[in-house]
Design a binder for this molecule. Sequence first.
Ligand code: RB5
Length: 154
Amino acid sequence: MIIIGSDHAGYALKESLKQNLEKQNLAYVDCGCDGSSVDYPDIAETVCRRVLKDSASNAKGVIICGTGVGVSIAANKIVGIRAALCADYYTAKYTRKHNDSNVICLGGRTLGADVAWELLNVWLNTEFIGGRHSMRVNKIKSIEERENKEKNNE
Ligand code: RB5
């Protein structure tokens, strides 16, 4: 399942990507927005929480704001989310292969619709290769655990 959401600055790109997903018969859940002004951290959090909720079925998230930066900063605050801001094909491919990213962040004001679809398409169709990269992803999870411990000790 693909969970998609955007703020107002990413709305047009979200609608365009939804059309591409439909053409490929790929199921998605649209978490908004409807084009009206919303704050990107809210959309990022909604999409990411749903990705985590559906993680057993390998759900993946797509979040779009003007640059993709705001949603990526917000998304990466959530434990269990590995959000990758992508603007080039190599990054979109290798963030799946090496980082096992579960969310892709795109810029509605920085990417053309065709380029954004190429990025999303390769990201969705590339598997994590594991091996030594699993150990590195596990180190990210260890950072999250230490962060939680730090907070509990405050
Ligand atoms: C909204 O104007 C804009 O700030 C937002 O979409 C995003 O680009 C933030 O990073």
